[in-house]
Write a protein that binds this ligand. Structure first.
Ligand SMILES: [Zn+2]
Length: 132
């Protein structure tokens, strides 16, 4: 685990802005925002898309980054609440996606009441690997 840098706090602020602008608990359950920083320096954001098989905010942000041609990722964060006041860890499905797409990417989360970052691959030990 590593401590956060100024760039990490900027990324958190981008995720908070994304959910602040799109928060909608009543109609679509948009309650989580995410931001991902690519090695190119670009940042992409997303909010969760709720449905029976909805997409997490991280997946929307990753999908947007990939759609823009990004393939190398530096760090990712997800926040929950009207102003994104709560940093939340990725769910199990997102952990698998992070593991498959960006095992070396830093994931920002709250651990022992401190903001920390950890490599995506460390969030999924003994992970499933697709046959190639
Ligand atoms: Zn998820």
């Amino acid at each position: 685990m590593y401590s956060l840098t100024e760039k990490d706090y900027e990324l958190i602020a981008e995720a908070q802005k994304a959910i602040h602008l799109n928060y909608d608990e009543e109609n679509y359950n948009h309650t989580v925002g995410a931001a991902i920083r690519c090695n190119s320096g670009s940042i992409y954001v997303g909010v969760n898309v709720y449905s029976l098989h909805g997409a997490c905010a991280e997946q929307v942000a990753i999908g947007t980054a990939v759609t823009h041609g990004e393939r190398d990722f530096e760090s990712i964060v997800a926040v929950r609440g009207k102003d994104g006041e709560e940093i939340i860890p990725p769910c199990g499905n997102c952990r698998q996606i992070l593991h498959d797409y960006m095992p070396q990417c830093d994931v920002i989360l709250l651990a022992n009441r401190e903001y920390m970052k950890i490599k995506a691959k460390e969030l999924l030990p003994f992970s499933y690997k697709a046959e190639k």
